[in-house]
Design a protein around this ligand. Structure first.
Ligand SMILES: [Zn+2]
Length: 399
């Protein structure tokens, strides 16, 4: 089996290497036509046109978003259903400073190689385009609400990085807008007639500062006042704050959000004002599946990825975590830039069409293709991944 495994993986890598010039053209096109979240019309078109030409059956607008898509290839009937997810949104005012232009072509490279090389076992492969990762209400979370991804057994992704690694955690997050309403009055002539929503927000922020002292270490609470009134001599009738609360554990975070709400209640009570909450985004934490991460990292070593490193200690929030909360998944980050260089920087942007970026895209395609082979051809590995996911998720819900 080891020899057969080696041979298949070598074949997959060879096919991907052959398609490198075309994949580079695709990524360069997306790089030079940057489109922000939910407006990625050209990127979605070039990727879906290419997939359709390769014999995938393409569904546009998958998960209720016009620039999302799903391209399916079925080999035989039954078998695992593996999703290869890709983003293609750029940063507002900056272009592709997070290297999302590499993802679609990389997943296409992997998918084409699997379709050509992995023929003897049944499986379904879905290349899924997921818009608007950089937007506060990440596209994948919206697609999930609309029923997407639920058919998958495993979800895989790639992302550019400063090291080659997989994450073992990401933060669940809740973001909302709080609008307090009070009573407007002249601040000098009739302060007794006024009820200040700005003061309500200031009291709420003080309450949140004290709350920080009585929550678990991993909790983050941050906010801004986006509207505190217009002129100094008028008590405003409206004040608005944006709040975000995070933790590495969704179920614990839900408890913290309830406590935040009680602080908002208290601030309204103290100031004789009222308030309303508008939810902007709800992200889940990643449920890490270490056996899947290990498969990816073994294949990264086999593909000779550069700068192989242990998982990152600090991570933010991502909409892919919401997918990973319901389906076992993992994202391989592949190094294309010097270690320590932060995403969303000029350096990332400048390197977007470099040889290193093209190489990372190809390495990631190889890693993903070989991992799909591992999952569809070796049933024990597939079962191990599914079982570990169920176990870890049960544990996290007990906190
Ligand atoms: Zn990104």
């Amino acid at each position: 089996m080891k020899d057969a495994n080696f041979l298949k993986k070598s074949q997959l890598m060879e096919v991907i290497e052959q398609s490198k010039p075309e994949l580079c053209l695709l990524s360069d096109y997306i790089y030079t036509h940057p489109e922000i979240g939910f407006q990625e019309v050209q990127a979605a078109k070039i990727l879906t046109d290419y997939l359709a030409k390769q014999g995938f059956s393409v569904e546009k607008g998958y998960g209720g978003l016009p620039t999302a898509f799903r391209a399916v290839w079925k080999n035989g009937s039954g078998g695992p259903c593996i999703g290869l997810l890709c983003e293609y949104d750029a940063l507002l005012g900056m272009g592709h400073g997070c290297a999302h232009h590499l993802q679609g072509p990389s997943m296409i490279g992997a998918a084409m190689a699997i379709k050509e090389v992995v023929t003897g076992v049944p499986y379904t492969l879905e290349v899924i385009g997921t818009p608007g990762e950089e937007c506060p209400n990440g596209g994948k979370a919206i697609m999930l609400e609309n029923g997407a991804f639920r058919e998958l057994d495993v979800a895989l992704m790639m992302h550019g990085g400063d090291t080659t690694t997989t994450d073992i955690k990401s933060m669940a997050a809740s973001q909302f807008i709080v609008t307090y309403k009070g009573k407007s009055a002249h601040a000098a002539i009739a302060p007794d007639k006024g009820r200040s929503p700005l003061e309500a927000i200031m009291l709420a922020f003080n309450g949140l500062a004290f709350l920080r002292g009585h929550v678990a270490d991993d909790v983050r609470i941050h906010g801004i006042i986006s509207d505190g009134g217009q002129v100094v001599n008028v008590i405003p009738d409206t004040a608005v704050a944006k709040l975000e609360v995070r933790s590495y554990d969704r179920s614990y975070l839900d408890q913290v959000v309830e406590r935040v709400t009680r602080i908002l209640d208290g601030a309204a009570l103290m100031t004789d004002t009222t308030y309303a909450i508008e939810k902007i985004a709800t992200f889940y934490n990643k449920v890490p599946v270490l056996s899947l991460n290990q498969l990816l990292m073994e294949n990264a070593a086999f593909a000779q990825a550069r700068s192989i490193s242990p998982p990152r200690e600090k991570t933010g929030s991502t909409d892919f975590a919401s997918v990973m909360y319901i389906v076992p998944g993992s994202c391989i980050r592949v190094a294309f830039i010097d270690k320590g260089t932060a995403a969303h920087s000029e350096e990332w942007l400048k390197q977007g069409q470099s040889d290193q970026a093209h190489d990372a895209m190809i390495v990631a395609a190889k890693v993903i293709a070989m991992t799909v082979w591992d999952l569809v051809a070796i049933p024990e590995r597939f079962v191990m991944v599914k079982d570990e996911f169920k176990k870890v998720k049960r544990q996290s819900e007990k906190r």
